[in-house]
Design a protein around this ligand. Structure first.
Ligand SMILES: *[C@@H]1O[C@H](CO)[C@@H](O)[C@H](O)[C@H]1NC(C)=O
Ligand SMILES: *[C@@H]1O[C@H](CO)[C@@H](O)[C@H](O)[C@H]1NC(C)=O
Ligand SMILES: *[C@@H]1O[C@H](CO)[C@@H](O)[C@H](O)[C@H]1NC(C)=O
Length: 624
């Protein structure tokens, strides 16, 4: 389908044919339009907590030992990281559901080692199933043949294309039997290699031959009267299957764009059954509704400044499309990166909802530890910032899952009546409370940041800095960072409070065990509301908050003064007395008796060393 935006304003759609179902969402504002759209296509899944950590991948980690070495160097250099990945290097002759007996012979042991260290492991899974292994040697194909799971050509024979392993057949995920066979393949593989998630690539579906190894019949399906202008190769069947191919539900012509969606659905439900935990799937191909099953990355981007910049609109679009778990390959996939580009990309990438550094085989390495000390320090610092913000990010994902909100949010969605916000695509928000203003130009050390109703400020942004602003009236729940989310989830929480001019602020926290199925639907979660002067009110408690404590808070916008009294108390209903607490003032580390705080910065109240159980209602108050 061609979609052309006209100046009138108007929209022209030119389709190759078929039935057009048009929905018009009336809003009235952008946020309502998104919500109305998601009511049709389905609300996004809740991702596992660990999947919001840092992911590291490369095509070219050619052995288990290379892969181990990478994870070890990340750990030694103190970069937070949750998930190590492998590209197709792991597979024997590039055939999925196998692993190379020499280079990856101890893959199961490697995955267990990662698990013991609190890390996760993901590998790539392409849909193409090699069709030329000797009979009896490759169960996914033999079994698939028996169970009749593959797409057929126009004359009813299995359609053979060509992908990484050579000749391949393509599973027809619209066939329920195929989904069972896929689940069996995943179950069998998982019993040997206990992967934590799956990365489904090449699922447009991509093929290196046009249509099939036999070509395609000459028909209106292959060459319709009109071919949309943007089609790769100028032919519907270029780089993919014949449009006349037959699937259970219909011809491929009618289903082509949904191949990735149907594979994501099958993979998501297989992982759900096999692991009994919240599935993680990452897909290259996408279609409306895929956010219910999968995250999406923006494909093979080049390592250059232009692609860094365009990754922002790409990520924001997927937000509008109901795919909140999205990111671009940090530092770029194609071509060599540079140190400066990679630092700036890690800084922006720390605010992609899905954060993965991924590199192509022929390129110079781009793992954070390969760069100079200054670059490493900048990357470490922004990774720690992201890890500290994960409770907030996770809470945003909860709101997307429960009420069709957005995580990465364009400014025009938050400020629909401000015309200045409509064209801003170099900055974006997390939810409604954090403004992210990355540097997107080579050599730049400052940032033209739109802060207030069309007012731009030039803010310093040397290489170690990304400007992130907390919006007035908001409270951000954070946690001390650690090298994995398993560790960071055990650390004390702290709150960043930005008071409004009227001295008011609000925030919330959604918390559960991070990877059980359907915690929201089953009520197995906690929900805490924070209101300034800080009241913490656990409005729902179910399990997972036990043992978690608030360790401190930082309040911006308190009246300017040299000293403040403050107190922390819990209401009498728990039969608790007012807590006696000590206050550490970070700048000079003076320990004061309870109740008096000398503010080291004007208008900022910093309280540390609190140990307030978050299962109880408590209040933090201050006065001049
Ligand atoms: C990996 O390293 C270990 C320890 O050095 C060695 O024993 C093993 O043979 C290596 N494995 C491979 C596949 O090279
Ligand atoms: C379908 O595949 C068979 C077997 O490869 C081949 O003989 C036949 O020509 C193909 N049909 C079409 C329409 O391509
Ligand atoms: C990229 O880096 C690799 C390894 O350092 C080098 O061999 C290659 O020539 C570089 N490519 C380009 C295009 O500069």
């Amino acid at each position: 389908i061609d979609v052309m935006l006209q100046p009138t304003p108007a929209l022209t759609l030119v389709a190759i044919g078929g039935i057009l179902d048009l929905y018009v969402f009336l809003g009235p504002d952008p946020e309502s339009v998104i919500r109305q759209y998601l009511q049709v296509i389905g609300y996004p899944m809740m991702p596992p907590y660990w999947s919001l950590g840092f992911h590291l991948c490369r095509w070219g980690y050619t052995t288990t030992n290379t892969t181990r070495h990478v994870a070890q160097r990340m750990h030694n250099s103190k970069f937070p990281m949750d998930v190590q990945w492998n590209d197709l290097d792991y597979a024997a002759k590039r055939r999925v559901f196998t692993f190379d007996p020499w280079r990856f012979g101890d893959l199961p042991e490697m995955v267990e080692e990662f698990h013991e260290r609190g890390m996760k492991y993901i590998l790539i899974l392409d849909p193409g199933i090699s069709s030329t292994s000797p009979p009896g040697t490759y169960p996914p194909f033999d079994d698939g043949l028996k169970r009749d799971v593959f797409i057929k050509n126009a004359t009813g024979h299995i359609l053979i294309g060509e992908v990484w392993p050579g000749s391949t057949a393509f599973p027809d995920f619209t066939n329920p039997e195929t989904r069972h066979w896929w689940e069996d393949c995943i179950t069998d593989f998982h019993s040997k290699v206990p992967v934590d998630g799956l990365w489904i690539d090449m699922n447009e579906p991509a093929s290196f031959v046009q249509g099939s190894v036999e070509g395609c019949p000459d028909s209106d399906l292959e060459n319709p009267p009109y071919t949309p202008t943007g089609v790769v190769g100028g032919q519907l069947n270029s780089g993919t299957l014949c449009m006349s191919a037959q699937q259970k539900l219909s011809t491929h012509y009618n289903l082509h764009n949904m191949y990735g969606l149907t594979e994501a659905y099958a993979t998501h439900s297989a992982l759900r059954k096999v692991r009994g935990k919240r599935p993680f799937v990452l897909s290259r191909s996408s279609y409306p509704g895929i956010g219910r099953f999968s995250g999406v990355w923006t494909g093979d981007v080049r390592s250059d400044w232009e692609q860094l910049r365009y990754s922002i609109p790409a990520v924001l679009q997927f937000s509008l499309f109901g795919v909140p778990l999205v990111g671009a390959d940090i530092c770029g996939f194609g071509g060599n990166t540079t140190e400066e580009l990679c630092v700036r990309w890690m800084q922006l990438g720390a605010f992609y909802p899905f954060m993965r550094n991924h590199n192509d085989k022929p390129n110079a390495p781009q793992e954070p530890y390969v760069f100079g000390q200054k670059a490493q320090a900048a990357m470490r610092s922004v990774l720690n910032l992201r890890y500290s913000l994960l409770p907030f990010l996770y809470t945003l994902f909860h709101h997307v899952h429960a009420t069709a909100d957005t995580v990465a949010r364009p400014l025009f969605v938050e400020f629909p009546t401000d015309p200045n916000s409509q064209t801003i695509d170099r900055q974006f928000l997390w939810g409604s409370s954090l403004l992210i203003s990355p540097v997107l130009e080579q050599g730049a050390v400052d940032d033209n940041t739109c802060l207030n109703k069309g007012q731009y400020l030039l803010l310093p942004a040397p290489l170690d800095t990304i400007n992130v602003h907390v919006r007035e009236g908001h409270i951000i729940p954070q946690q001390e960072p650690a090298l994995t989310t398993i560790a960071s989830r055990r650390n004390p929480f702290f709150l960043t409070v930005a008071l409004s001019a009227g001295g008011w602020a609000r925030g919330d926290l959604f918390w559960d065990d991070g990877d059980s199925l359907d915690t929201f639907e089953m009520g197995n979660y906690c929900y805490v509301i924070f209101i300034s002067q800080v009241v913490s009110d656990p409005v729902r408690l179910n399990g997972a908050l036990d043992g978690l404590v608030l360790g401190g808070l930082q309040v911006f916008g308190v009246p300017s003064t040299t000293s403040l009294y403050f107190s922390v108390c819990r209401p009498q209903k728990d039969n608790d007395d007012i807590l006696q607490i000590s206050v550490f003032v970070p700048k000079n580390q003076t320990v004061l008796s309870a109740g008096l705080c000398v503010c080291p910065l004007p208008q900022v109240l910093t309280v540390t060393s609190l140990a307030l159980p978050m299962t109880k209602v408590f209040t933090v108050q201050w006065a001049l």
